[in-house]
Design a protein around this ligand. Structure first.
Ligand code: ADP
Ligand code: ASP
Ligand code: MG
Length: 412
């Protein structure tokens, strides 16, 4: 008998029919003799709809109130799934994040989990019940409700799996596993059987929405084996673990893209030794994450400094830098929004020179201008025009030998 954490995403819970199907799936696990700790997201587009609702009454959307609002989505799901389970004879009990003992730091909108007291869940599981926990939420030490960032239910599932010392954490979603790229934009993306935590972490951080980056981080940290699989079709999914068997001959294992990219450029910044730290310290103090940074020093004429931030942070970053402009002595500060980052990821890159060159060649042969580049041991990212992203992912997928013979099955 195993203890399995099963997480169901919004698309798997989109309607009462979906919820009944999920209940059946959980029942199969229980009837096979296992214990099931279930984590759920909000139904379908509920979270987006709640955000739209907030926009109708508030221009500022205060983060504390937003967290209280958004967590109602998951609360609907736990109640309905628990009822659907009881309806088919499975003893179950629902818990909000706080009731499940999930404590987070006191940050609204993107809190990190700081502790889990899983004793209440354990007690119910030991008594043979299914526990149904609301993903994406926790409470602070003071009892305020927080959320973990969009897509954060995956993180709840992995953190609970670690706290409960579960044998496996299954992430059920609307595709059959982790693919070489988003199967919604490349229909012949290939399903990956096994992938290492490190490669998956790069893919997730670079935009592959199938897993929340922090979920992969926790899985690696606590050694939780993760299985990403379809909630619609009972077929094997993708196993994410420490050491994965690499498919022979593949240097690149996945391609990710991110449309949430904006660029800021400071032109003609005098070459003073503290200017660079002043710019990035100012942004860091306001919690603005900076991604790719490019600095080019033109001797005696100052530097051009450009970097990327997420689109949501652009106007805040521009306000901060404009206020600093005269202190920095920068000639001009400009921004650009219609951008995307496309990235190739693969552990095989370490020992294969020429991978970045191949990427640049493929993009340029297809008429795309590369605006920024960043590399690590196992990835190369290029910032390009947002309009080019689908084509870029497609041609790179073909060039690096990733096209599958079959078309991926995607629930629509
Ligand atoms: P859920 O509601 O189940 O959490 P998400 O929408 O968050 O589902 O994640 C699943 C989606 O991730 C898929 O529908 C797919 O479009 C997208 N995706 C992006 N990159 C990948 C990838 N490499 N492999 C699989 N799916 C991906
Ligand atoms: N419901 C939340 C969201 O839409 C959390 C999740 O789905 O994981 O972002
Ligand atoms: Mg998700």
């Amino acid at each position: 008998m195993a203890l399995i954490v099963q997480k169901f995403g919004g698309s798997s819970l989109a309607s009462p029919e979906h919820i009944k199907r999920v209940a059946r799936r959980v029942a199969d696990t229980v009837e096979a003799g296992h214990s099931a700790a279930v984590v759920v997201s909000a139904m379908g587009d509920t979270t987006d709809n709640l955000i739209d609702l907030a926009l109708k009454v508030s221009s500022t959307r205060p983060s504390r109130e937003m967290d209280i609002l958004l967590t109602t989505g998951e609360q609907i799901s736990i109640a309905l799934l628990s009822m659907a389970l009881q309806e088919i004879g499975i003893d179950s009990v629902s818990f909000t994040g706080g009731q499940a003992g999930i404590v987070t730091e006191a940050v609204h909108g993107k809190a990190r989990i700081t502790a889990i007291d899983a004793s209440r869940l354990k007690k119910q599981l030991d008594a043979g019940k299914v526990t149904v926990v609301a993903g994406f939420q926790g409470v602070t030490e003071e009892g305020d409700i927080t959320t973990l960032g969009r897509g954060g239910s995956d993180t709840t599932a992995v953190a609970l799996a670690a706290a409960l010392q579960a044998d496996l954490c299954e992430i059920y979603t609307d595709v059959e596993g982790v693919y070489s790229t988003d199967p919604r934009i490349v229909p012949n993306a290939r399903k990956i059987q096994e992938i290492s935590y490190d490669e998956m972490l790069e893919l997730a951080n670079l935009g592959a929405a199938v897993l929340h980056p922090r979920a992969v981080e926790y899985a690696k940290q606590y050694g939780v084996p993760l299985m990403v699989r379809s909630s619609f079709k009972p077929v094997p999914g993708t196993l994410v673990k420490e050491e994965a068997v690499m498919e022979k001959g593949l240097i690149v294992s996945g391609i990710a893209y991110d449309l949430n990219v904006a660029k800021v450029a400071l032109v003609g910044v005098p070459n003073r030794k503290d200017n660079l730290q002043l710019i990035f310290r100012t942004l860091a103090e306001e919690n603005i994450n900076v991604d790719i940074i490019v600095q080019s020093i033109v001797q005696n004429e100052g530097s051009d400094i450009s970097f990327t931030v997420s689109k949501d942070d652009l106007s805040h970053a521009m306000d901060l830098l404009t206020a600093l402009q005269s202190r920095l002595g920068a000639q001009e500060i400009v921004s650009e929004e219609d951008l995307a980052k496309v990235s190739i990821v693969g552990a095989g890159m370490i020992s294969n020179p020429g991978v970045a060159a191949q990427m640049f060649q493929v993009l340029s042969e297809n008429g795309m201008l590369i605006k920024m580049v960043s590399t690590s041991e196992i990835k190369v990212s290029c910032v390009i025009d947002a309009n080019d992203v689908q084509k870029a992912v497609g041609v790179l997928h073909t060039s690096f030998g990733l096209d599958a013979v079959e078309t991926a099955t995607v629930a629509r």
